[in-house]
Write a protein that binds this ligand. Structure first.
Ligand SMILES: Cc1cc2nc3c(=O)[nH]c(=O)nc-3n(C[C@H](O)[C@H](O)[C@H](O)COP(=O)(O)OP(=O)(O)OC[C@H]3O[C@@H](n4cnc5c(N)ncnc54)[C@H](O)[C@@H]3O)c2cc1C
Length: 434
């Protein structure tokens, strides 16, 4: 039901957008009239008309996605967390059919052709899923594995890998990190050697989100012995090829419903046409791909932090200590006010970075700052809020303890805090040159 409704709304959105764009004559209804006539609520305090980057269409998109989250995802989160995996094919098909796996991807490959601010809106809304693992898995599909393919891949490659990933028919994963190379991406060892019209791949990838269920991997490999920033390529590799082995599913502190795999590649033969863009440009493409990954991660965790603060307010308002609510102790409501202030500052940074990004600017510095701040703030929100829940916060029954575990990854994954600091220093020209 939610699926059909979501799909219908997004079709309206897409069709009306085209209509809106190319029919500027008098009498044409505005897109917002067509999409929704009711007021749209948002977790952000702004009303749509005054929002820095969101229009009525963004809010309509969020509202549509929220229905899917509430009806098709949240009722199953407890079970999937307990099982240590969620059914990616099933969930992605629901989201893909409704258009949510490619809002900013080209229309000819099943996307909605909207700008990146819509991806940020989607990432924010996915923060309402009551765990970190499932949003992360969705983000890997939409904003970590496919941006380079959409931008630089050949038409044939996009038809084979991008279109089914946007439609939710294929699950994707990203193979950058290795046992010996995480923060220092340039030191990866996995190799692809050209033999005729094929690459033969040998090596291994670590920490591969969606890895046990994925149909294909966007794999960063060395394709020559040249300098580390010029010898890498991104290749689309089907996961069912002979020689691809899922070595193990990794048990983790948090993000339980997201499967994380170690994957080996043993003489895997892949057609040369599976390379994304130009050989030797993989490192550059991956660094560009990281920009969207980082903005996405910040947008997603913003909503989660806001929800944790709100749930903590509700809980501490009704829980009494020393004859008055926990919330009425000044150290508690002042701390929550401070955290909410920091959330708003981060939102302002994210939205201004997004506004610049959709105008074609390089926002590496701002995206890195937002990712750094997002990771650090999430740790503060998780720690302070859990404290205010007392013993209840230490149980598995409440969202705050899951957030405490899940959000710890934000300061490590997709570039650790120190890597972000290094990038910011480069842009500030304060990094000592070797
Ligand atoms: C749950 C999970 C899911 C993941 N999913 C994926 C995925 O789908 N695909 C993928 O490719 N990778 C994935 N990763 C890998 C993730 O991106 C890496 O863990 C991350 O980049 C850090 O690399 P590392 O773990 O090798 O840490 P290391 O590189 O060993 O770094 C260890 C620590 O060193 C510190 N450090 C780093 N640089 C500096 C510096 N310049 N100065 C001082 N200190 C520094 C940081 O504190 C860092 O945490 C995932 C990881 C996890 C845990």
């Amino acid at each position: 039901m939610a699926l059909r409704e979501g799909a219908l709304r997004l079709n309206l959105l897409l069709n009306s957008r085209t209509f809106y764009k190319f029919n500027s004559s008098v009498g044409v209804r505005s897109l917002s009239d067509i999409v929704s006539s009711k007021p749209v609520t948002s977790s952000a305090p702004e009303i749509a008309g005054d929002h820095l980057i969101y229009t009525q269409e963004h809010f309509a998109l969020k509202e549509s996605l929220r229905k899917i989250i509430d009806q098709e995802i949240n009722p199953h989160v407890e079970q999937w967390e307990a099982e240590g995996i969620f059914p990616a094919h099933k969930v992605f098909k629901i989201l893909g059919s409704a258009g949510f796996l490619g809002v900013n991807k080209p229309v000819e490959y099943g996307g909605l052709g909207l700008d990146y601010s819509y991806s940020v809106a989607v990432a924010e809304e996915l923060g309402h899923i009551r765990c970190g693992g499932i949003p992360m898995a969705i983000g890997v599909q939409t904003d970590m594995t496919t941006p380079a393919l959409a931008r630089f891949g050949s038409a044939e490659l996009k038809q084979e890998f991008l279109l089914p990933s946007i439609m939710g028919d294929k699950v994707a994963c990203l193979g950058v990190s290795e046992v010996g190379a995480g923060s220092d991406v340039s030191s990866i060892m996995t190799k692809a050697v050209r033999k005729g019209d094929e690459y033969v791949i040998n090596g291994g990838k670590m920490w591969t989100t969606n890895g046990t269920q994925a149909d294909w991997i966007c794999l960063l490999v060395n394709t020559s012995d040249g300098p580390p920033h010029r010898n890498k390529s991104l290749i689309c590799v089907p996961m069912n090829l002979p020689g691809v082995q899922i070595a193990r599913k990794i048990e983790k502190l948090g993000m339980w419903s997201s499967d994380t795999a170690e994957v080996f590649f043993d003489d895997v033969h892949v057609p040369c046409k599976n390379i994304i863009g130009q050989e030797g440009m993989g490192f550059t493409y991956q660094m560009l791909q990281f920009q969207e990954e980082r903005l996405w991660a910040v947008a997603n965790i913003l909503t989660m932090m806001e929800n944790i603060i709100q749930e903590t307010i509700q809980y501490t308002r009704q829980r009494k200590i020393f004859k008055r609510p926990v919330l009425h102790h000044q150290s508690v409501h002042f701390r929550l006010a401070e955290l909410q202030t920091e959330v708003e500052l981060l939102r302002a940074l994210l939205h201004s970075a997004t506004a610049l990004y959709i105008k074609g600017n390089d926002v590496t510095k701002l995206a890195s700052m937002a990712k750094l701040k997002g990771g650090r703030l999430a740790r503060e929100v998780g720690d302070s809020c859990l404290q205010f829940w007392g013993g209840m916060g230490f149980t598995s029954d409440v969202l705050v303890s899951r957030f405490y575990r899940d959000s710890r990854l934000m300061s490590i994954g997709g570039g650790a805090d120190e890597v972000m600091l290094g990038i910011i220093c480069k842009y500030m020209d304060t990094l000592p040159k070797n």
